[in-house]
Design a protein around this ligand. Structure first.
Ligand code: TYD
Length: 209
């Protein structure tokens, strides 16, 4: 289906993903790769509209399954409109969150379990990352890094929810050891960036892009 390289970035809220994505993008561009960065939920005009519905704090009555289906709908559009075309053009795609976020947040956090994998098999349509970087930082620390007032509907959830999400991520890491690489997100920005560059460079060298 493709000859590009697909990297997803995962982890709890407040783990510092955005800063590191910017640095990784710069690193890969300097090495001459054609890089496309995108994010979830969002990344296309339709998906950004869905994002607003999902994260709106006013939508407190949203059922967990509605939430899961909206994330999957946003993802299906992103895969069709952005990710698949970019991969077929040989690009390196960096996606800020992908299907593992749904497994962790909706599957473990909301307790929807296996249904999330089933729904998302349709949404991703065989488009699975070549590499997933999992930012590892206990949710107690991540949550403290986010300003209370700026928290969206998901970030405002109770600590128990975020602990369940984190447990989910650790299970995913165990279940897919070839695809998922844990990154200790507790060091300095530079330390973490170097760790990430080493992992990505190593994988890309083997991949022959
Ligand atoms: P994100 O855009 O990473 O938040 P921010 O930019 O504020 O750091 O993600 C928004 C929230 O959506 C985040 O709390 C994680 C959650 N989320 C899910 O619950 N399921 C999903 O499938 C995805 C992609 C995100």
């Amino acid at each position: 289906m493709d000859n590009g390289f697909f990297i997803s970035i995962e982890g709890p809220d407040g783990a510092g993903k955005s800063t590191q994505i910017d640095l990784l993008k710069k690193h890969l561009k300097e090495k001459g790769y054609d890089v496309l960065e995108t994010r979830e939920p969002g990344g296309t005009p339709i998906s950004e509209k869905i994002r607003q519905i999902i994260l709106d704090k006013g939508n407190s009555e949203m059922a967990s399954m509605t939430e899961a289906l909206l994330y999957a709908a946003s993802r299906a559009q992103l895969v069709a409109e952005v990710i698949k075309p970019a991969l077929s053009q040989g690009k390196v795609v960096i996606c800020d969150r992908y299907v593992d976020s749904s497994i962790a947040y909706q599957g473990y956090g909301r307790g929807l379990g296996e249904s999330i994998s089933v729904i998302n098999d349709y949404a991703v349509d065989t488009c699975i990352p070549n590499l997933t970087l999992l930012f590892k930082l206990p949710p107690e620390i991540g949550s403290r890094r986010i300003d209370e007032k700026s928290k969206d509907r998901l970030e405002s959830e109770k600590m128990k929810f975020h602990q369940d999400v984190y447990r989910g991520y650790l299970e995913i890491e165990k279940k897919f050891p070839d695809r998922v690489v844990g990154i200790d997100a507790a060091g300095s920005i530079e330390e973490i960036a170097n760790r990430i560059a080493d992992v990505v460079d190593g994988r890309l060298a083997k991949f022959e892009l």
